[in-house]
Design a protein around this ligand. Structure first.
Ligand code: SF4
Length: 495
């Protein structure tokens, strides 16, 4: 018998949901205990990285599983990936604690029940197909975790019990970072769309969701307090995820520590601040950490080590997988630099957007001059209240509009153009796109601000509608071609 209170994320645990409808789950007094357990799960994950939900007899198994399901619904409604990641890691650490004390037979049963990898017990070891292994260990490619160091025989990898349990922490974490839409048992009984479902859940938990978001923000701000001018919102996924692990008390492997130290040193963070960041690690030894950080950052060695390139970070397991901007760069520092586009002066941003729009092989001096004379500068700041319009109306006004649109096309690309009489090129990482309303496409100026482009790409991939702040500009493409395109200034979010 599987003890679902220990592993409520197992697919077979959801049979406990049979016959329960969403309305009751969210509102009935009968499920108040489950709702309270859901919030404990989320709040302690967000604040301390630990889920301390005791099993029977203190808490009823059904309440724990229902609490887990409610916690997933609240996470879906909160729509905060950092929160999802904190919770995924906390759930994985909790499960790892219980897996450690299971019998070998139970361990196999639980692992296989999750359905991500399939293992077999062979005497006192566990075997699995190398494809399952590579998938499960994709983020643990350092040293012994490398497939080449695992002694694969006939496509089969053999693991000791301790290694399998550690691997399962990764499997569970990755599994839970992918937020499922909603458990099928809940979806089956709910007649509305997924957005309706999220709306319903967020209405019930509106204050608690606000509180959870605040905890996540505070936790990130706390970690970054040490880091002066460093801007977390510009950091690549590899940095954010490793930092999150560090804050959640995970022992980071050496390549991750080396990356964090070199990355921050390259951005002029002083060794003392970097050192204090590692003070949260469970195996923190001040003198050893100080020696390592000061050596890597060049304070004691005289050589400042450079941050590794993406290729190296991928092969050492530090990279959690690229997002759409990562696919255009080769180094995490380039990611940070590209994300700083919105900090450039408006005049420079205007020139870069125009260059990206005109997309000429030769520097288009005359066209650029002509457009700049006409536009002067793009206006990137918009008033607090912006009128809502449809795209047809928005195209006719010369003011900002708040519009609802789907992203019909999105393509990221690195573009370069030689600067005349100067031996240098201008490099622009741009996203070409157009937006759609009622089956009509509207062209947009390319986005060079990737803080916006990343969310736009996400909406494109998910075919999701976005509320955007836009303003139309007429652009001269030369040879009598004048076209009006939308400048996307921001993504509208309810304050
Ligand atoms: S692709 Fe590069 S920048 Fe992006 S997450 Fe991976 S290592 Fe970091």
């Amino acid at each position: 018998m599987l003890e679902y209170w220990r592993y409520p994320f197992l697919p077979s645990a959801s049979k406990i949901l049979e016959g329960i409808n969403l309305q009751s789950l969210l509102e009935d007094y009968f499920y108040a205990e489950a709702r309270a357990l859901a919030l404990i799960r989320l709040e302690t994950s967000a604040s301390s990285g630990i889920i301390d939900v005791e099993g029977p007899p203190t808490n009823d198994e059904t309440d724990i599983v229902l609490g887990y399901v409610i916690s997933r619904l609240v996470l879906a409604a909160a729509d905060n990936q950092a929160l999802v990641n904190y919770v995924a890691l906390s759930e994985a650490l909790r499960a790892e604690k219980y897996l450690n004390v299971e019998t070998d037979e139970n361990l196999v049963n639980i692992v296989n029940n999750l359905g991500v990898i399939d293992v077999t017990l062979e005497k006192e070891n566990f075997t699995l197909n190398f494809i399952d292994y590579v998938r499960a260990a994709s983020k643990l490619r350092e040293g012994d975790w490398k497939l080449s160091n695992r002694g694969v025989s006939n496509g089969i990898v053999t693991l000791e019990r301790k290694t399998l349990v550690r691997l399962m922490r990764e499997v569970i974490r990755q599994h839970l970072e992918e937020l499922p839409e909603a458990p099928p048992e809940i979806k089956k009984q709910f007649e509305g769309t997924l957005d309706d479902l999220k709306l319903k859940v967020s209405k019930t938990f509106i204050e608690r969701i606000g509180g959870l978001n605040n905890v996540v923000n505070q936790r990130q701000a706390e970690a970054m307090k040490e880091l002066g001018r460093f801007d977390l919102s510009k950091a690549p996924p590899c940095f954010n995820l490793n930092l999150m692990d560090l804050q959640a008390g995970v022992n980071l492997p050496h390549p991750s520590r080396f990356f964090i130290t070199t990355f921050l040193s390259s951005l002029n963070q002083d060794p003392e601040s970097v050192m204090r960041l590692f003070a949260t690690a469970p195996d923190f030894k001040e003198s050893f950490t100080r020696y390592q950080v000061e050596h890597i950052s060049g304070k004691t060695s005289g050589t400042q080590y450079s941050a590794p390139k993406c290729d190296t970070l991928v092969s050492s397991g530090v990279c959690p997988g690229p997002n759409s901007l990562c696919r255009l760069i080769k180094h995490p520092l380039s990611y940070y630099r590209v994300m700083a586009e919105s900090e450039k002066k408006a005049v420079n941003r205007t020139e870069r957007i125009l260059l990206a729009t005109l997309n000429k092989e030769e520097f288009p001096s005359d066209l650029l001059k002509d457009n700049i004379e006409k536009i002067s500068e793009f206006n990137f700041s918009y008033p607090e209240k912006v009128s809502q319009r449809n795209l047809v109306e928005a195209l006719k006004t010369d003011d900002f509009s708040q519009v609802k649109a789907k992203i019909n096309y999105f393509q990221g690309r690195v573009y370069s153009v030689d600067v005349p009489n100067k031996e240098r090129k201008i490099w622009i990482t741009k996203a070409s796109l157009n937006i759609k309303e009622k089956n009509i496409d509207y062209d947009c100026l390319p986005l060079t601000d990737w803080k916006i482009a990343l969310s736009v790409e996400d909406a494109f991939r998910k075919s999701k509608e976005l509320e955007l702040i836009v303003k139309p500009y007429e652009i001269n493409f030369g040879e009598n071609e004048l076209r009006t395109l939308f400048l996307i200034v921001d993504i509208f979010t309810e304050s």
